[in-house]
Every structure is written in structure tokens, then in C-alpha cells.
Design a protein around this ligand. Structure first.
Ligand SMILES: CC(C)(COP(=O)(O)OP(=O)(O)OC[C@H]1O[C@@H](n2cnc3c(N)ncnc32)[C@H](O)[C@@H]1O)[C@@H](O)C(=O)NCCC(=O)NCCS
Ligand SMILES: Nc1ncnc2c1ncn2[C@@H]1O[C@H](COP(=O)(O)OP(=O)(O)OP(=O)(O)O)[C@@H](O)[C@H]1O
Length: 436
């Protein structure tokens, strides 16, 4: 039979819950002093315009500010120093946008957005940073936050990231500093590139920064609520759609649950659907995959041979990593835009198999995990045409039930009939989703 289960017990923790939700969030924001050309000062101008206290739904963020030297060594040291001294919940580095942008997709808890406007300025000399870029992976956080700011009408583009110059040195110093800290006490690190004030006024940039800080502070609040065992749903979200992350292992029944939620007017975004769109023939994703895996992946009619690609990637973690590095940032970018299209007060659901693997949990107000015994999943996948071996290798490529449970606010056990599942979703909708 189907059972629904809260990962937490909100009623018994009501008092502690309000303490956690209302606790202020500390934010350290830095901006750069002038580079070698005096007019390029927007970062610090905008940072100075930020209020000392930013209102959050049911809480507040308190800001400290710091002017960083433009030289990379000085900026890195100052950044590291501030993190170690202040131990803020959030660090935001604001730097100048250059025309050269390269992927910023670190696996750590950072987020980078770029305010549109290309000023064609390129830092040089001691501003450059040598050494390896941190390990690259999908930047869901980046894409999601940029999507949210854009949905709020702010002039933000998602950028794949920044070149290696002073600002990146600062950001990497911050990431290095936080990765030395114990898990759980690490600040969320955000990076913003802003255009010169001739392109965008400092008050507009400050407004984008404010919204960015609200989103990062809410990531912190949801993480706190989850760690305290209260569930992310306990954090007030203000007047926007409820963001639900729906996940589960392959064949667990996510799409079936998404269908049941759609019947209640939830706005559904499906990662697997987007993952097909971004590799249609003629897309940059398609070209990148052929360049990485070879033309033998083409079918007779010029499309991607998905079965052959599946055979390659689900038996070879390196190949899977290559495919994910190409696809996941694009999937994230589209998904974030679609999630934010949900009306305020509505429910937006992201049906995504790799929520846990990609560390997306704290971006959602609620993480719903569908769990089904392995034997049932194997049987369902074989009915769908996968061989037992293929089904096993896909399951082995994903996180396990225990890892998904660790991040769940709600676990939905799909071990009964479809009617049982529908009853479980009905209960959850009425008692957990609709009441929020
Ligand atoms: C390898 C591909 C071409 C196989 O296509 P196919 O049509 O057989 O499967 P489909 O895309 O419908 O995915 C079915 C299921 O496989 C599992 N799966 C897909 N990609 C992955 C992955 N990278 N890691 C683990 N499981 C995966 C998911 O549970 C998914 O629901 C395709 O899965 C793909 O492009 N994967 C890479 C993109 C990706 O990681 N997508 C996950 C959602 S963002
Ligand atoms: N309770 C159930 N009883 C019988 N069949 C079910 C049940 N739940 C789901 N199914 C079937 O199992 C299969 C897998 O379900 P579904 O497609 O919803 O899973 P999924 O988690 O979205 O899979 P994927 O990871 O491949 O996207 C489907 O054919 C679905 O109709």
C-alpha cells in the first residue's frame, strides 16, 4: 500500500520552528575598488547603496560590506580573512563584468549571476589568476537564481560564468576558505558580475543585488530548517509560487505523481523533457554531444541515437560526466525559467531525477521523494522495454534511497496500486501542499 510520510513533525516543533525560521541571516558583501580606469566603479557604488538590513519573509538579513583591492592577491586575502573573521551565512562578491566569460560551474555551494550589459573591458596583468579552474559541474543554483531574478523583472542574464581575473581569484579564495570549514557551517557563496554604470545605473544594480541576497538568504533558511529537522516547508516564502522538487530513482513513479499534481493545477516542469529538447538536431547541445562522442551516435535520419548513448554513458562514469557537463547547465537554465513562470500563490513542481546528485535540495520550499522497492522498479523498467542489465546500470548510476531520504521533506512510498498512489498524493496535497 502507499504511505505518505513527513520527514519531520512540524506540529511537535512549532516553537523551535518559528525560532529557526525567524533567525536573521548574516550576509557579507564585497565590491572592488577602481581598476586601472577610474570610471569602472559600479560594483562598490551599488554595494554602498544596499540597506544594512534586508527584509525577508518573516525574517531579515543583516549586511556587512567591504571594499576589496583590485589586485588579485590582496582581494583573495581580504576575502578569506573576512570569511574566517565574520563567519557569515552568505558571502556575495560583486565584480565588474568583462567581455570574456567562461564557465563558472563549481560543485560547491556557490551561485553566480551576471547583470546584462557588455562593456568590453578586460582586466590584465596582476588581475589574472593562474592555476586550474575548480572542478566543473552543472550550475543549477546559478541558473535557478538568475531565472528567479528575471521572473521578478530584473535585468539579469544567466551566464556560464567569468574569466579568470581578480574577481575570480576572490571567489575561488572564498570557495577555498569555505571548503576548509566543516560541512554545515559553510557560508553560501555568490558571485555577481555587474556592468559599468554607463550601461546600468547603480540603484538598478543594487536592486538586483538585493533580490539575489534574498534568494541566497532563503537557501540558508531552508538549509537550517532541514538540518533542524523541521522541514523546508516551515520557512515562510512570501508572495511567490511554492517551489517543489520532486525526485526519486528511475522508475519510482515521479512522472505519475507529477501527473496527479498537474490534475490539481500544479505547474509541472519535467527535466527529462527538457533534456530531450536541448539535444534536438541543430541545437548547440546536439553539436556538443556529437563533437564529444563522435558521429557514430547519429541515427540514419540524423537524430541522436539515444539507446547507443545510454549504453555508453550508463556503463562508463567518465562518459556520463562528459554528457552531464554538456547537458545539465542547459537543462537547468530552461527549467529555472519555466519554474518561475508559475503564478504567485501557485505550486511549481520540478520533476527531476538528479536532485540529490546535483545538490539542488535547498533551492526548493519542499523536496518530495517518491520511493519504490527496487524489485518493483526493475519490473516496471523491464515492462518499458529496458533489459534487466540496462535497468540495473541506470539504478547504479543514481543516488540510493537512503541518500534521497536524507534530503526529503516528504517521502511518498509507491509500493501499492495506482489508486493507492493517487490517494497518497491527494492526502499530501490537502495536508501539506495546499495549506502552505
Ligand atoms: C542517456 C540518454 C540519452 C538516454 O535517453 P533515454 O531516452 O533512454 O532516457 P531518458 O532521457 O528518458 O531518461 C530516463 C531516466 O534515465 C535516468 N537518467 C537519465 N540521465 C541520467 C544520468 N545522467 N544519471 C543517472 N540517471 C539518468 C533518469 O532516471 C531518467 O528519468 C538520456 O537519459 C540523457 O540525455 N541523459 C543525460 C541528461 C541527464 O542527465 N538527464 C537527467 C535529467 S536532467
Ligand atoms: N503504483 C503503481 N502501480 C503500477 N504501475 C505504476 C505505479 N506507479 C507507477 N507505475 C508505472 O511505472 C512506470 C514508471 O513510472 P513513472 O514513469 O511515473 O516513473 P518515473 O520515476 O517518472 O520514471 P523515470 O525515472 O524513468 O522518468 C510507468 O509505466 C508507470 O505507469
Amino acid at each position: 500500500m502507499t504511505q505518505t510520510q513527513d520527514a519531520t513533525s512540524p506540529q511537535s516543533c512549532a516553537t523551535a520552528g518559528s525560532d529557526v525560521a525567524e533567525a536573521p541571516v548574516t550576509v557579507h558583501v564585497t565590491g572592488f575598488e577602481h581598476f586601472d580606469r577610474a570610471s569602472f566603479i559600479t560594483p562598490w557604488d551599488a554595494v554602498r547603496l544596499l540597506p544594512e538590513i534586508i527584509e525577508l519573509a518573516g525574517s531579515s538579513a543583516t549586511l556587512t560590506r567591504e571594499l576589496l583591492p583590485a589586485a588579485s592577491n590582496g582581494a583573495s586575502a581580504a576575502s578569506r580573512n573576512a570569511i574566517e573573521r565574520l563567519r557569515p551565512d552568505v558571502v556575495v562578491h560583486v565584480g565588474l563584468q568583462t567581455q570574456k566569460m567562461a564557465p563558472e560551474r563549481t560543485p560547491r555551494n556557490d551561485a553566480a549571476v551576471c547583470i546584462s550589459g557588455d562593456i568590453g573591458f578586460q582586466a590584465s596583468g596582476e588581475d589574472s589568476v593562474s592555476g586550474e579552474m575548480p572542478q566543473c559541474r552543472a550550475a543549477w543554483t546559478t541558473a535557478a537564481l538568475a531565472g528567479r531574478l528575471r521572473a521578478a523583472g530584473l535585468p539579469v542574464t544567466y551566464t556560464a560564468g567569468a574569466e579568470q581575473y581578480a574577481e575570480m581569484a576572490t571567489n575561488y579564495a572564498a570557495l577555498d576558505a569555505v571548503s576548509d570549514m566543516a560541512e554545515g557551517s559553510r557560508p553560501v557563496v555568490g558571485l555577481v558580475h555587474v556592468p559599468d554604470q554607463e550601461i546600468m545605473s547603480s540603484p538598478t544594480v543594487a536592486e538586483v543585488l538585493r533580490a539575489f541576497i534574498v534568494e541566497l538568504a532563503d537557501v540558508v533558511r531552508r538549509r537550517r530548517a532541514a538540518v533542524a529537522g523541521l522541514g523546508r516547508l516551515s520557512v515562510p516564502r512570501g508572495n511567490r509560487a511554492l517551489r517543489v522538487g520532486l525526485t526519486g530513482g528511475i522508475g519510482s513513479g515521479k512522472s505519475t505523481v507529477a501527473g496527479l499534481l498537474a490534475a490539481r493545477d500544479a505547474h509541472i516542469v519535467d527535466a527529462d523533457v527538457i533534456a530531450r529538447e536541448v539535444v534536438e538536431p541543430g541545437t548547440p547541445g546536439f553539436d556538443a554531444i556529437i563533437a564529444a562522442f563522435g558521429a557514430e551516435l547519429l541515427t540514419a535520419d540524423g537524430a541522436l541515437d539515444r539507446a547507443l548513448l545510454a549504453e555508453r554513458v550508463f556503463n562508463d562514469p567518465d562518459a556520463r560526466g562528459t554528457l552531464e557537463a554538456i547537458m545539465l547547465p542547459q537543462v537547468a537554465q530552461t527549467a529555472a525559467q519555466r519554474m518561475e513562470a508559475a503564478a504567485p500563490g501557485g505550486v511549481a513542481v520540478y520533476d527531476v531525477p538528479l536532485l540529490v546528485e546535483e545538490g539542488m535540495e535547498d533551492l526548493f520550499d519542499c523536496v518530495m521523494v517518491v520511493e519504490t522497492p527496487r524489485a518493483l522498479r526493475l519490473a516496471r523498467l523491464q515492462r518499458r522495454g529496458l533489459t534487466r542489465e540496462d535497468a540495473e546500470s541506470r539504478i547504479a548510476s543514481q543516488a540510493g534511497d537512503e541518500e534521497r531520504r536524507q534530503v526529503a521533506d516528504i517521502v511518498l512510498l509507491n509500493n501499492g496500486t495506482r489508486e493507492d498512489l493517487a490517494d497518497g498524493v491527494e492526502w499530501l496535497w490537502t495536508n501539506r501542499i495546499a495549506v502552505n
